[in-house]
Design a protein around this ligand. Structure first.
Ligand code: HXC
Length: 265
């Protein structure tokens, strides 16, 4: 439904792919509390819709995915309102508990909270003009939506420290891919970027929903669990796959040299 004011939500590919667009191009899609609340709501709504098998998150306009948390809104916050009000910190669950894969299509600036939001997604596709950075220290704060934890995992300690401590030395699309922060650079402008994201989403969407969800949860476990615990969790999910109709269908289809028809069960 589109009761949202700061985001656009649409569904394509016969209901299988959701596209969420942060829609405040006049402020480079700055992430106000309203944006983040609406984002959390729409993610929950799409994740609860059994038809939706993949979600794309992008920013409107040609310049930005999101240029950070909304500085205008943040300026007058105090410690108590930020801490007890959980300023911009309640959104971990919206992305990590979302079982549907989320693809970030990053066109232009992904700075501060924008970079952090992109890193909360499962896959980042970078437009050729993508710029990733954590400039918070310039404003007298530190990253507050997971940047100190996720950037180090994505680009390593030295590069993450350089970016976060200096508030400068941003990462372009090519470097993002070479370091593993993004999976691919998509050239040809924002339309091509969205096309590529939809293609990827459609590829995921034709697979078994529960299998993809278990794969996502298993991969994400690598951030929280040690190797042997993570491998155990993987093995449990792997074993669980054999309880699915879709496993029988997938393997039968291969052996019968036909296309699998997954039923999400
Ligand atoms: C509010 C913002 C904004 C932001 C841009 N705008 N970023 N408003 N919050 N994060 C507004 C500008 O004020 C301006 O409004 C309009 O968007 C266009 O931006 P310009 O600066 O004129 O564009 P340009 O010169 O092209 O520069 C682009 C830019 C710059 C380099 C991305 O906008 C910039 O540095 N933005 C701030 C980046 C940043 O520091 N992000 C981190 C925020 S802190 P007007 O009204 O003048 O047209 C953060 C904390 C996360 O994210 C932790 C959360 C808990």
């Amino acid at each position: 439904s589109n009761l949202y004011e700061t985001i656009l939500a649409e569904i394509v590919d016969d209901g299988r792919v959701g596209i969420i667009t942060i829609n405040r191009p006049e402020v480079l899609n700055a992430l106000s509390t309203q944006v983040m609340d609406e984002l959390a709501d729409v993610l929950q709504e799409l994740d609860a819709d059994p038809r939706v098998k993949a979600i794309i998150l992008t920013g409107s306009g040609k310049k930005a995915f999101a240029a950070g948390a909304d500085i205008k809104e943040m300026r007058d916050q105090e410690f108590v309102t930020a801490y007890l009000g959980r300023l911009l910190s309640g959104y971990e669950r919206a992305t990590s508990e979302c079982r549907t894969p989320i693809i970030a299509a990053v066109n232009g600036y992904a700075l501060g909270g924008g970079c952090e939001l992109a890193m909360m997604c499962d896959i980042i596709l970078a437009g050729e003009n993508a710029v990733f950075g954590q400039p918070e220290t310039n404003l007298g704060v530190i990253p507050g939506m997971g940047g100190t934890q996720r950037l180090i995992r994505a680009v390593g300690k030295s590069r993450a420290m350089e970016m976060i401590l200096s508030g400068a030395h941003f990462i372009d699309a090519e470097e993002a891919v070479s370091r593993g922060l993004a999976s691919r650079v998509i050239t040809g402008g924002p339309e091509k970027l969205i096309e590529a994201a939809i293609d990827l989403a459609k590829q995921i969407a034709r697979l078994s929903g529960p299998v993809v969800a278990m794969a996502k949860e298993a991969v994400n476990s690598a951030n929280d669990l040690g190797l042997s615990e993570g491998v155990k969790k993987e093995n449990l999910f792997f074993s669980a796959c054999f309880g699915l109709y879709d496993q029988k269908e997938g393997m039968s289809a291969f052996l019968e040299k036909r296309k699998a028809r997954f039923e999400n069960r």
